[in-house]
Design a protein around this ligand. Structure first.
Ligand code: MBD
Ligand code: FE
Length: 311
């Protein structure tokens, strides 16, 4: 059975009515987007002869995705978040914007409100037997290499189980464990004293992993550290680096890896003097170059629902 009805007046009238696209009431932009997406769905049902059982499986899946609170996780896993980066990269290229540290996806696990410290922050609040000490440091500059004073570097990452504080299913972590923010001085320098993260895996029983299983994909990320970097007169940067050597670096389920975002991990000693738990530690130097505002505006600022906690 392939009963094609999409182009009939009845179906087109239904789409017009259901989205109120011809009406005066409502939000015109929202109606435009909804009309397009619903039309594309109807057309796909026709073209692929998607059955009622398949449609209801999809509707029920959306319910489950919401119950699991995983819509933003699925967006990362399906490459939707990466696609937005590709579009912003392209827009920057067309506008001739270059020289900044490459962006990569934010992901769904940021928590606003971490305490801001001057120059350096120690963010390993909870002990973690299975994680060795890590120092992350560098300088925030503009695209000419001039250090930016008063820049804010926010950092968040997982523990040795791949879990993030606030979202830890074991409930084991203190608020803001492995999350922090540093304000740079005149030298533009920042430093985080922390512990080596391990890669994240999607909740095995969650709706995202269920979909990935259905298409024969894994739901894992290589070990990585997230950053927001902001400074006056510059665009806020959203990025991450990966931990060099992780076997999943080029097999990230969220497609965040970029060649420029894999800094070397250097073995160091002298950790005791820095207050680290071992004398031997690892250090990653990573510098951030921020691009200037565009006609006085940050045209890459993203507004989305984020968790927030008051410190
Ligand atoms: C993460 O830690 C992450 O960074 C992304 C993008 C998705 C899920 C977990
Ligand atoms: Fe992450």
């Amino acid at each position: 059975m392939n009963a094609e009805v999409f182009d009939t007046k009845e179906v087109q009238d239904l789409l017009t009515a259901a989205t109120n696209i011809a009406g005066q009431e409502g939000n015109a932009r929202f109606k435009q987007i909804l009309h397009r997406l619903l039309s594309d769905l109807f057309k796909a049902i026709d073209d692929l002869d998607i059955t009622p059982d398949e449609v209801w499986a999809g509707v029920n899946y959306i319910n489950q995705l919401g119950r699991d609170g995983e819509a933003a996780l699925l967006a990362a896993g399906l490459g939707l978040e990466k696609y937005l980066d590709i579009r912003m990269d392209h827009a920057d290229k067309l506008a001739g914007i270059e020289g900044g540290t490459p962006r990569t996806i934010e992901g769904p696990l940021y928590v606003a409100g971490a305490p801001v410290r001057d120059g350096m922050s120690r963010i390993d609040i909870d002990p973690d037997q299975d994680a060795g000490p890590l120092v992350i440091r560098g300088v925030v500059t503009d695209t000419d290499g001039k250090p930016l004073a008063g820049a804010i570097v926010e950092c968040w990452h997982a523990n040795s189980k791949g879990f993030y504080s606030h979202f830890d299913p074991t409930g084991a972590q203190t608020e803001f464990n492995l999350r922090g923010a540093v304000k740079t001085g005149a030298d533009g320098k920042y430093e985080f004293r922390t512990l080596m993260p391990v890669g994240y895996g999607c909740p095995p029983q969650g709706a995202t992993q269920q979909l990935l299983d259905e298409i024969g994909r894994h739901g894992n990320r290589p070990a990585h550290v997230h950053f927001f970097v902001s400074a006056d007169s510059h665009r806020k940067l959203t990025t991450q680096f990966n931990i060099e050597g992780d076997p999943l670096i080029w097999d990230d389920f969220a497609y965040a890896t970029r060649e420029e975002l894999i800094p070397p991990v250097v073995e160091k000693t002298g950790g005791a003097a820095l207050g680290l738990k071992d004398n031997a530690y690892k250090e990653i130097e990573f510098n951030f170059a921020l691009t200037s505002l565009v006609q006085g505006k940050d045209n890459q600022l993203v507004h989305r629902l984020r968790a927030a906690v008051t410190a």
